[in-house]
Every structure is written in structure tokens, then in C-alpha cells.
Write a protein that binds this ligand. Structure first.
Ligand code: FES
Length: 175
């Protein structure tokens, strides 16, 4: 009874959420097509920013594919994520040039400052930590990207001030 009430409340919240209406349209457009799963996941991720479990379940049902297949595709392709994403993606390059110049130490400091591991999002929802391959700025190694900003020759000591810039901007509503 309680579960049914919860489901009912959840469905009514979804009905008010435009994103679920868009998802229904995307699924309806591709239902019955072969090979529809990846394009639908891609479009759903654009709508939601990530692919939460309930979205995966709706896609599985709508496309008539097993939920395990949906989960398998999301796990296999790195462009898909089932984790909520932070406002800023913080990417530490672990390409050879950056690694040689101490990127691993910068990564440890990023983990410490953000309190998260690679692939996770900070508790305040601001930052998602990622490892990248060479971003083509080897002369600036080690390189960190925050959103569209690129930081070169970064030492672990530079990390707090770099992150603080975004935290302050967010607090001041300038982000
Ligand atoms: S290896 Fe890091 S930018 Fe090239």
C-alpha cells in the first residue's frame, strides 16, 4: 500500500517534470527501430545530464529491451553516466607528459580537496572529477581543465585556490 502510494506520488511528480515528457517523446520516436538504444540514451542524457535508474527503466520498457542491456551499454560506453554530474567537470590529464610532470600528485590533491574519487561528484554538486587523456597542451604539463578553463603547470599547492575561484563565483552568483 505504502509502495503503491510512493509510486503514485513519483508518477505525478514525473508528470510535472518537462524532462520526462521529453523522454517519452524521444522513446516514442525511436520505439521499434533497430539499434535505437544508443541514440535514445544519448538524447536522454542530454535532457537529464545523466541517466538515473528510473530513466533507464523507462527506456528499457519503452524500447522493449531488458534493463540489464541498458545498464550494460551505459557501463560499457564512457560517454554515458548514471551518476549526477557536477556543475563543473574537473579533468586531470594523466597522459604521459602530464604524468611525468607530477599529475598523479595533483590528482591526489584534487581528491583530497573535493572529498571524492574519480568519477564522483562533490557533495555540493559543484564538481565532478575525471581523468582525461592528453588534451593537446603537453607544453603546459601537468594540465587540469575545469569546464572550459585550462590550467597548466599546476602543482598540488595550486589546487585549493583554483577550486576556490569557482566556489566563490558560485556564491556570488557569477558562475
Ligand atoms: S599529456 Fe597532458 S596535455 Fe598532453
Amino acid at each position: 500500500m505504502e509502495a503503491a502510494a510512493k509510486r503514485c506520488q513519483c508518477q505525478s511528480l514525473r508528470a510535472q517534470d518537462e524532462r520526462y515528457q521529453k523522454l517519452a517523446e524521444i522513446i516514442a520516436k525511436h520505439a521499434g527501430e533497430s539499434g535505437a538504444l544508443i541514440p535514445v540514451l544519448h538524447q536522454a542524457q542530454q535532457v537529464f545530464g545523466y541517466l538515473p535508474h528510473d530513466v533507464q527503466a523507462l527506456i528499457a520498457e519503452g524500447l522493449n529491451v531488458p534493463l540489464s542491456e541498458v545498464d550494460g551499454v551505459i557501463t560499457f560506453y564512457s560517454l554515458f553516466t548514471s551518476e549526477p554530474q557536477g556543475r563543473y567537470k574537473v579533468g586531470i590529464c594523466l597522459g604521459t607528459a602530464c604524468y611525468v610532470k607530477g599529475a598523479a600528485l595533483v590528482l591526489e590533491e584534487l581528491k583530497k580537496q573535493l572529498g571524492i574519487d574519480v568519477g564522483k561528484t562533490s557533495a555540493d554538486g559543484l564538481f565532478t572529477l575525471e581523468v582525461t587523456r592528453c588534451v593537446g597542451a603537453c607544453g603546459l604539463a601537468p594540465v587540469v581543465t575545469v569546464g572550459d578553463d585550462v590550467y597548466g603547470r599546476l602543482s598540488p599547492e595550486d589546487v585549493p585556490a583554483m577550486l576556490d575561484k569557482y566556489i566563490q563565483a558560485e556564491r556570488n552568483g557569477k558562475a
